[in-house]
Ligand binder design. Structure first.
Ligand code: PA5
Length: 445
C-alpha cells in the first residue's frame, strides 16, 4: 500500500486551509467522473485499471513472449508519454546492474525515439549490429519526428539483419486505430498493432499497451501493476471523503502551497531506481499544469546523491520550493555494514546496522533539516518497490493531477505549448507545407 503524510507542511500552510479544499476537490473529482470539466475528451485513463480484461492482459503477455523468445534486445521507440511510463516501471523494478548481467531469459530493453542525437542513434545502431532485436514503435499521433526518425533507421536495420519476414514478427506498433504514418506503415507491412485509445493522452497512457507491453517484455507482472492501480482507483474514488482520499489531499496541499509562493515542487527519492518515476511524474505534472502562465514547476532530485550537489540550494536558497518524498518502507535485499578491526574510516559505530537503516536516517535527517530550513515536506510511503505498489503510485499521481489541474483552473489534458518548437523546427528544415513559416523564420535569424 502507499500512504500520504502532509503533516510537515502545516508549519507553512494551516491545516484548516488545506481542509477547506474538501468541497473544491470533491467538485473536481466529480467533474473527472462525470466528464464535465475541461478536456473531458481525454478521460479514458480514469477507469482503465478496473476495466482491463484478463483476456487483454493474456494477449499482451503473448506478444511479449514472442519478443522475449526471439530477441537479445528490444528497442522501445517513443517520446514523452509514449515512453516514460514504461521506462519508469522497468527501471524501478530492474536490477541496477541489469545491463551487465547475462540476459538468458529477458531481452535487454533499450530506448530510442526520445532524442535527435546523431551520436546516440549511431551508437545504438552500432550496438544492435549482429544482434536479433525487436522494435516496439510507440506513437499516438504516428507522426512525431523523434520517434519516426529512429523507427526509420531501426526498421531498415532490423529487416537487413533478420530478413523482412522475421522483422514482421519482431516489430510491434502501438498507435492510433486509424490515422498517422505509424498506422499506415504497420498496416502495409502487416505488423502486429495495439491501439492507444483516442480518449487517453500520452502522459496518462502507462496502463495502456504503451506501458504494459514493454513492461511485460522486460519480464514484469503487468497483472499486479494493474491490480495496484485498480485498488488505488477505489481509494481515490468520488465516494471517498477528503480525509481518506490521498489524491484529493495531495492536490489540495500542493495548490495551497503554490498559492503561498511555493512555486517549485521537488520530487525526491532515496532510491536511484526511482529516477525515471520522477521523469514520468515531471511530464505528467509539467504538461498538465504548466499553461495559461500558471503551474507549479515540477523538478526532481535523487538523494542522497543530489544532497551533495543541490542540497545547499534546497537548504538555503530562495524559499520557493516544497518537497514530495517517495519513501520505500522495505527494501528487497539485506546488507549489513561490516566491522573492521582497524576502523580507519571511523565507521565501526555503524557495524552490524543495515545499509537501509543508514539511508533511512539520512532521509529523516534531511526531512527535519529541510523543514527547519523553510521547505515544506510531503511524504509518500510505498510499502515496497514492486509492481503492485508502483501501480498504486502511478494511478494515485494521475488522478491527483486531474484534480489538481482543475483546482488550478487549467485544462490538465491538453498540451498546446509543445507545438511551438515543432513549428519552428519544421520551418527551419523546409518541411513541405511550411513555406510561409520558413520564409518568416529566416527573416528572424
Ligand atoms: O503526453 C503527451 O501527449 C506527449 O508527451 C506525447 O506522448 C509525446 O509528444 C509523443 O507523442 P506521440 O505519441 O504522438 O508520438
Amino acid at each position: 500500500m502507499i500512504g500520504l503524510n502532509i503533516e510537515k507542511t502545516f508549519d507553512f500552510v494551516s491545516k484548516a486551509s488545506v481542509l477547506a479544499y474538501d468541497a473544491q476537490t470533491q467538485i473536481a473529482r466529480e467533474a473527472l467522473e462525470e466528464g464535465t470539466g475541461k478536456g473531458s475528451d481525454f478521460l479514458g485513463w480514469l477507469h482503465l485499471p478496473s476495466s482491463i480484461t484478463k483476456e487483454f492482459i493474456t494477449q499482451l503477455q503473448g506478444t511479449a513472449q514472442v519478443l522475449r523468445d526471439h530477441c537479445d534486445v528490444v528497442v522501445v521507440a517513443g517520446i514523452g508519454g509514449s515512453y516514460l511510463g514504461a521506462r519508469a516501471v522497468i527501471e524501478a523494478l530492474s536490477n541496477s546492474f541489469n545491463w551487465l548481467l547475462p540476459h538468458n531469459e529477458a531481452p535487454v530493453i533499450v530506448y530510442a525515439g526520445h532524442n535527435i542525437s546523431e551520436d546516440y542513434l549511431y551508437e545504438l545502431t552500432d550496438y544492435l549490429k549482429g544482434k536479433t532485436f525487436g522494435l516496439i514503435n510507440i506513437s499516438k499521433s504516428g507522426t512525431t519526428t523523434e520517434t519516426a526518425l529512429a523507427f526509420r533507421l531501426l526498421k531498415q536495420q532490423c529487416e537487413e539483419q533478420c530478413g523482412k519476414e522475421m522483422a514482421k514478427k519482431l516489430i510491434v506498433a502501438i498507435t492510433d486505430a486509424h490515422k498517422g504514418a505509424a498506422r499506415i506503415t504497420a498496416d502495409k507491412e502487416g505488423y502486429q498493432t495495439y491501439i492507444i485509445p483516442d480518449n487517453v493522452g500520452g502522459r496518462y497512457s502507462v496502463l495502456t499497451p504503451v506501458g504494459l507491453l514493454p513492461i511485460a517484455v522486460a519480464g514484469f507482472d503487468i497483472e499486479q501493476l494493474i491490480a495496484g492501480a485498480a485498488d488505488m482507483e477505489q481509494t481515490c474514488g468520488t465516494h471517498v471523503p477528503f480525509a481518506a482520499n490521498p489524491a484529493a489531499q495531495y492536490a489540495a496541499v500542493r495548490n495551497e502551497l503554490y498559492k503561498r509562493g511555493k512555486k517549485i515542487e521537488l520530487l525526491v527519492n532515496f532510491c536511484p531506481k526511482l529516477h525515471y518515476v520522477s521523469e514520468w511524474w515531471k511530464q505528467l505534472y509539467g504538461e498538465s499544469e504548466g499553461k495559461d502562465h500558471k503551474g507549479i514547476f515540477p523538478a526532481s532530485v535523487d538523494f542522497s546523491t543530489d544532497l551533495h550537489s543541490m542540497g545547499q540550494w534546497i537548504q538555503e536558497g530562495e524559499r520557493s520550493i516544497f518537497e514530495t518524498v517517495i519513501s520505500i518502507d522495505k527494501v528487497a535485499h539485506r546488507l549489513e555494514v561490516p566491522a573492521d578491526e582497524a576502523n580507519l574510516d571511523g565507521l565501526n559505530y555503524l557495524a552490524g546496522k543495515r545499509i537501509d537503516e543508514v539511508n533511512k536516517m539520512a532521509e529523516l535527517g534531511t526531512q527535519l533539516a529541510h523543514v527547519d530550513g523553510g521547505v515544506p515536506n510531503i511524504r509518500i510511503n510505498m510499502e515496497r518497490l514492486d509492481e503492485y505498489n508502483l501501480g498504486q503510485l502511478l494511478y494515485f499521481f494521475e488522478v491527483a493531477c486531474g484534480i489538481s489541474g482543475y483546482l488550478l483552473g487549467v485544462n490538465p489534458f491538453n498540451q498546446p505549448g509543445v507545438e511551438a518548437y515543432k513549428k519552428n523546427m519544421f520551418a527551419l528544415l523546409n518541411k513541405p507545407g511550411y513555406e510561409a513559416e520558413s520564409k518568416a523564420i529566416r527573416e528572424k535569424l
